[in-house]
Design a protein around this ligand. Structure first.
Ligand SMILES: Cc1ncc(COP(=O)(O)O)c(C=O)c1O
Length: 508
């Protein structure tokens, strides 16, 4: 009979058959060392004696001897019917302390490490990872077409062939790229052929690739002020020089950018829906930006992250479509239209740069995985994507209306006196509410996170000193009927944390 493969991975143990130490002692010593330095942590299952003997190519007897000794000394415990595990109750004192990683890092004061230390630390910024009311980037999971999607994923998982298991085209599957190109030409007025499309693991991957291809250390780069914090992280790692260019109601102020630094190599922009303040870049500014790029031999990276969702008018066409196709790198994502953990996005690369992007991508991750590309290509081709976007556009409009109404209800007089403003509610899945004088958004956000409210502080989106306080509020994942309740909770946190009084408290 064929042997069944064992389910628990065997730890690496170097056995010396000719050594002086008996085999059972070698096995015992190896396990003991791995348990003490936590390579085998408390609770981890260890292989059965038969499986380990098979793996090591020795008889079962020395393995049984070693396991008996480890059991007797309390390093491992057996649970009937389940197997053998590293003992759960081993105290920290008993186990070796973890090596001090920080001291290793401190010793190597390289440029790369100093750049890493400039990234916003995750500790003390709980809003980064929260999930729940107002969390930015959260979609309407409750309205996702699970059935259709999981049927397609299952179908393609069952049809796996040798060809789809092998390394595939690092640009992405041909079929999926054709589907994306058709969608972008039609829905986003992008000039593109499938040969210019690179499938990436979300926009963040595309932003990172663009920095690797286009930037040298110290070269100047325009970014929007305020702007997208994860873009800033990518650019900081590249070592380029950030030139924050102010945005106003028409988007990036190109004249201000030229004044600050005409010779920037790249401008990173979100023209369809400026992140986070929400302006749509005017046609005049788009043309001005393109003219600057052409005359300065600079590049424009257009991050078109949520343009499918626009509530007062039709979606605005891409800026890439206004260009002759040579200076704009266009980036899009399925994180908003489908779901963020899908990690699928795309970039449209000017033909002259395709080879360079491909070379850098191959040095970076060798290409996207097959399964979700296949499922999503079918999902789009069969019309499910368009239907889902149409449906969620209406849903998000309702959620957006509920949020703005709730904000007006709770903060009405301040909004009328313009001490507080609601910005950028015409599109996307978030809006900004600015705060009146004397309030610190970070302090309130930290406190709110303890209550399960995820208020992203607007001030963290600024690089320079001219900072506005406020919150970026996601509304995609919060039901319309719950919005007023959460806005009231937010107001309470503001009051508790900062003594915010606002209008008469008597009403509540
Ligand atoms: C400005 C901007 N770009 C891109 C993204 C999406 O990133 P990704 O596709 O990596 O999930 C977001 C998400 O919130 C965003 O705000």
């Amino acid at each position: 009979m064929k042997k069944k493969p064992h389910g628990v991975a065997a730890p690496m143990i170097a056995i010396d058959r000719k050594g002086e130490k008996p085999l059972h002692r070698q096995i015992y010593d190896a396990f003991r060392a791995m348990i003490l330095d936590r390579r085998l942590p408390p609770g981890q299952q260890i292989p059965s004696s038969r499986a380990l003997a098979d793996e090591l190519g020795i008889s079962r007897i020395p393995v049984l001897g070693a396991y008996a000794q480890l059991l007797a000394e309390g390093y491992i415990e057996s649970r009937s019917g389940a197997g053998t595990f590293v003992t759960n109750s081993l105290s920290d004192q008993f186990l070796g302390a973890r090596p001090a990683v920080a001291s290793v890092v401190d010793d190597a004061a390289t440029d790369a490490i100093s750049r890493v230390s400039r990234l916003l630390p995750l500790e003390g910024t709980p809003w980064f990872l929260g999930s729940g009311a107002f969390s930015v980037g959260q979609i309407a999971y409750d309205h996702f077409p699970f059935r259709v999607w999981s049927d397609l994923v299952t179908y393609h998982a069952r049809r796996v062939r040798a060809s789809s298991m092998n390394y595939s085209d690092p640009m992405g599957s041909q079929e999926f790229r054709e589907v994306i190109a058709t969608y972008l030409r039609t829905a986003r007025a992008v000039h593109c052929e499938a040969s210019q499309i690179m499938v990436v693991n979300g926009s963040q991957h595309a932003l990172d690739l663009s920095a690797r291809v286009l930037l040298d250390p110290d070269c100047p780069v325009w970014i929007e002020e305020p702007g997208y914090v994860f873009l800033r992280h990518t650019l900081t790692l590249s070592g380029c020089r950030l030139v924050p260019v102010p945005v106003d109601s028409e988007g990036l102020d190109v004249a201000a950018g030229v004044k600050l630094c005409r010779d920037a190599r790249v401008a990173y922009v979100t023209p369809s829906h400026q992140y986070p303040l929400g302006a749509t870049m005017s046609a005049a500014r788009r043309l001005q930006l393109l003219e600057w790029a052409h005359s300065s031999n600079a590049w424009i990276v257009e991050d078109d992250y949520d343009s499918e969702y626009r509530y007062e008018s039709m979606p605005v066409a891409s800026m890439q479509g206004l260009d002759s196709g040579s200076r704009v790198i266009y980036i899009g994502t399925f994180s908003k239209t489908l779901f963020p953990s899908l990690r699928l996005g795309y970039m449209v690369i000017p033909p002259a740069l395709v080879g360079r992007f491909l070379a850098v991508r191959q040095a970076n991750d060798l290409g996207p995985s097959h399964l979700y590309q296949a499922a999503l290509a079918d999902f789009i081709s069969a019309g499910h994507f368009t239907r889902h976007v149409r449906k969620t556009r209406q849903l998000y409009a309702e959620r957006r209306n509920a949020l703005t109404q709730a904000l007006r209800k709770e903060f009405g007089p301040e909004i009328e006196r313009a001490e507080m403003q609601i910005l950028g509610a015409e599109a996307g899945m978030h809006l900004v509410v600015t705060l009146g004088p004397g309030l610190s958004d970070r302090r309130i956000s930290a406190r709110a996170a303890q209550e399960g409210l995820w208020l992203w502080p607007l001030s963290s989106a600024y690089v320079g000193a001219n900072v506005r306080q406020g919150f970026v509020l996601g509304f995609g994942g919060t039901k319309a009927e719950d919005m007023l309740h959460h806005v009231r909770r937010m107001r309470k946190v503001m009051r508790d944390e900062s003594g915010y009084r606002g209008r008469t408290e008597s009403g509540h």
